[in-house]
Design a protein around this ligand. Structure first.
Ligand code: PLP
Length: 394
């Protein structure tokens, strides 16, 4: 074959984080077959879907089997019943949204990756460390990328800097994966004011919004005055309602967002109508059920289960006096490796001495080196056992 390929793919680093973790664990098991390894690296939910969600899923699937209620292609931007449920959900945070600003997706990852389609060549600002999708999707499309450094000095929450370029696209993730840290009202307002003053756009990933239980932290960027003039919000049912396997999310593109005399909302409409055929009817009904009053309570029960683990893990780091972020409004705990160890060295140390697996911080960006992520998605029993083991080696 002699066709030209997208040479931007050469800029991507090897996607080796989880395969390297699996490789090292498999090798360890080969030589130590009887060891009980506890996985605190899990970035996926583990509890089953709630009763309300399942009932809605079954009911909608049965509707698909009857002539009178069968439905074909869903609307590209989502059924109104789900969009309305999302508007109602935002009212809990005192945010009023326009129905047409809501786009239903098959999860946040797709929209985070695809949103680059509608923008020209702007400077891109990405936190480091952070969820790798922002970086890789911008690299694939050959954009100029600048890092916003997260460190202990800013508790892994970069704030605007005077030397940042104007008219840029700024990615924010709060609560953050992997650091679990999150912006409060005041800090988020700094970003919104900065974006408005500089003609920039914020892409706000709020996939872990449902883990926020402290009122001082906004659930949505639109809780900040002026955000509808400068921000897109991308969210997901994955962690909120356990939809990692069902697949559903949403993106908010306010009507107010305009650039070069175009409404950004209309560009996204056009893009989605061309390249996306919507989310299945049963899944959208299940998502609607997750946002009903009973559904929200049910989802909250699961989140509380994970947060009990997070609390036990945070207690350990408090007791040991080890620097960490997260664990309070997030399922992730991000801590400093002891004795100045590098992330991968600590990974091996933990695997060999405690038989516990986590995720090396260096896998989330160069500034994650020397840090480590553990999650609260395992069972209480395994988490408690892991804590006992960690106590001995930290
Ligand atoms: N955003 C962040 C910060 C994530 O950590 C994840 C998944 O882990 C996603 C988005 C993707 O979510 P979804 O399952 O909706 O594609």
């Amino acid at each position: 074959m002699n066709i030209k390929l997208n040479s931007n793919f050469d800029q991507l680093s090897e996607n080796y984080l989880f395969s390297e973790i699996n490789k090292r664990v498999a090798k360890y098991k080969e030589y130590n077959p009887n060891r009980d390894i506890i996985k605190l690296g899990i970035g996926d939910v583990t509890l089953p879907l709630g009763k309300n969600v399942i009932e809605a899923l079954i009911h909608a699937s049965c509707e698909m089997g009857k002539k009178e209620t069968f439905r074909g292609y869903p609307p590209e931007y989502g059924y109104n019943f789900l969009k309305e449920a999302i508007l109602k959900y935002y009212k809990r945070f005192h945010v009023d949204l326009d129905l047409n600003s809501v786009f239903i997706s098959d999860g946040a990852k797709s929209d985070l990756g695809n949103i680059v389609d509608i923008f020209g060549d702007n400077p891109i600002y990405i936190p480091n460390p952070v969820y790798p999708v922002y970086l890789d999707s911008n690299r694939m499309s050959g954009r100029d990328i600048y890092y916003m450094v997260g460190s202990e000095n800013n508790n892994f929450l970069p704030l605007p800097k005077d030397n940042m370029k104007k008219s840029s696209i700024i990615y924010l993730c709060s609560p953050n994966n992997p650091t679990g840290s999150l912006y409060n009202q005041e800090e988020l307002k700094k970003w919104v004011d900065f974006a408005k003053e500089n003609g920039s756009l914020i892409i706000y990933d709020s996939a872990y919004e449902a883990f926020i239980n402290d009122d001082k932290y906004p659930h949505s960027i639109y809780e900040i005055n002026g955000a509808k003039d400068c921000a897109i919000e991308i969210c997901s049912f994955s962690k909120q309602a356990g939809f990692t396997g069902l697949r559903c999310g949403w993106t908010i593109i306010p009507m107010e967002l305009e650039s070069e005399n175009h409404k950004i909302n209309k560009l996204w409409e056009r893009r989605q109508a061309t390249k996306f055929n919507g989310v299945s009817y049963p899944v959208q009904r299940a998502a609607e059920a997750a946002l009903s009053d009973e559904g929200i309570l049910e989802c909250k029960n699961n989140i509380n289960y994970y947060m009990e683990n997070a609390k036990l893990l945070s207690n350990l780091f408090d007791e040991k006096g080890i620097y960490y972020t997260g664990g309070k409004n997030s399922p992730y705990i991000w801590f400093k490796c002891p004795n100045g160890m590098k992330s991968w060295d600590f990974f091996d140390y933990l695997l060999e001495n405690a038989n516990v697996v986590g995720t090396p911080g260096a896998g989330f960006g160069t500034f994650g080196e020397g840090y480590f992520r553990i999650t609260s998605f395992n069972t209480h029993e395994k988490t408690k056992e892991a804590i006992e083991r960690l106590k001995k080696v930290l």
